[in-house]
Design a protein around this ligand. Structure first.
Ligand code: BGC
Length: 407
């Protein structure tokens, strides 16, 4: 079987500033690493300095689009201050991509916040939204000549869940009421930011496309004696985590497309209303290097279900960390098959971004998880194309997904 994609289809890879650039010490994550004795991002992949080289690799791999994020703490080193030098830097990054005919897609918030912002209680205070909007306004105005695609936030629910409910990411809160406050403020920032970006592009705001990158996960009840209750928790997680945010933003007419990040399936055990993760040892699926259940069928289900909204979809992240090339190859082939089947079934998917262009800093897991099309040698900062990336490059070039039907 095969599907041909339209010539406008975005074939890309994604990365984020904190995970790749290096030197982002003015952020809450940098402080968190120090306070918790975690492996620091420090110089990361040196992408801030080496971006032209990385983008040349992207061109060599036939990508026609690239997703990266701007670092708020660089652009606004303190409250109400904007660094023209950093705006110029990011404008140059976007310009280099454009020069290679690679469409830039920019994320404004990818989990990290300036230290000064968090010292003012960050997302917990309504009045702090204006600091984010100031940053958004300056950045979008500076880059609008080069950029037509914006993601205001990356995975707000993951950020809230890890940072305000589980307390395993900064700011380390474990409070439902704080989580609610922070989420409401982030949503308010998103809605105002959406209008603001449209305003900045006027009179010709039809060309600009705005959304967020939303993490989707397939939840299933943990097998065993409590399967019924476990399935109930899985059902609730699915409604709250996968659907409600998108429904809400749809009602507010504030999505030009739906950005989908998809990685895996998660088994849920009944514990409180939303349940907890289930550590059942006998799940049949393959696990990746991080222990995540690889589940390509779930990718198809997510695309089918999100496609019902009628909005175009863009897969803003999909990828895996592995230890050998065949496992990357299998993951890519199986997930592109799901994408192909969804497109064949009428789902309007406009792009696919592999996470990530290069190996990088995987938050609380440090540098050992390798998601890159490019392998990074952290001692020398040299990059090498992984073999499976050539397979991806061929698909990007041919703009076609082929697969074998299995009975
Ligand atoms: C995040 C990335 C992260 C990736 C792999 C995504 O949810 O946006 O920052 O590296 O997952 O864990």
């Amino acid at each position: 079987m095969q599907v041909e994609l339209p010539s406008s289809f975005l074939w890309g890879a994604a990365l984020s500033s904190y995970q790749c650039e290096g030197g982002n010490f003015n952020t809450d994550w940098s402080r968190w690493e120090k306070d918790h004795g975690l492996e620091p991002a420090a110089g990361a992949c040196g992408h801030y300095r080496l971006y032209s080289e990385d983008f040349r690799f992207a061109r060599e791999l036939k990508l026609n689009s690239l997703r990266f994020s701007t670092e708020w703490a660089r652009i606004c080193p303190s409250a109400g201050v904007v660094s023209e030098k950093e705006l110029t830097h990011y404008r140059q990054e976007a310009g280099v991509l454009r020069g290679y005919n690679i469409e830039p897609l920019i994320t404004l918030h990818h989990f990290t916040n300036p230290l000064w912002f968090m010292n003012k209680e960050g997302w917990l205070r309504r009045e702090n939204i204006d600091f984010f909007l100031f940053y958004l306004q300056k950045t979008v105005t500076a880059l609008k000549g080069e950029v037509s695609w914006w993601l205001i936030f990356n995975e707000p629910l993951v950020y809230i869940y890890n940072g305000y409910l589980r307390g395993i990411w900064p700011p380390g809160k474990k409070s439902l009421s704080d989580a609610r406050k922070a989420l409401n403020n982030i949503l308010a920032a998103y809605l105002t930011g959406f209008q603001e970006i449209k305003r900045i592009y006027r009179p010709d705001s039809t060309g600009v496309k705005i959304s967020l990158a939303k993490h989707f996960r397939v939840f299933r009840g943990c097998p065993g004696i409590n399967f019924g209750l476990n399935s109930l928790s899985a059902f609730l997680r699915n409604r709250c985590f996968n659907q409600r945010l998108i429904d809400y933003l749809e009602q507010k007419h504030s999505l030009d497309f739906i950005g989908i990040n998809y990685y895996c399936k998660e088994y849920t055990r009944f514990r409180g209303v939303f349940g907890g993760q289930c550590r059942h040892r006998h799940h049949a699926e393959r696990k990746n290097y991080l222990g995540w259940d690889v589940y390509p069928e779930g990718f198809y289900q997510v695309l089918k279900s999100a496609g019902k909204s009628g909005r175009p979809l863009i897969v803003t992240e999909n990828g895996t960390a592995e230890t050998n090339n065949q496992l990357y190859e299998d993951f890519l082939a199986d997930h592109l098959k799901s994408l192909g089947r969804a497109v064949q079934g009428g789902v309007d998917v406009r792009g696919y971004f592999w996470w990530s262009l290069l190996d990088n800093f995987e938050w609380d897991r440090g540098f050992k998880c390798r998601f890159g099309l490019l392998e990074v040698d952290y001692a020398t900062l040299t990059r090498k194309i992984r073999p499976f990336a050539h397979t991806y490059a061929k698909i990007c070039r041919e703009n076609r997904i082929e697969w074998k039907e299995t009975k």
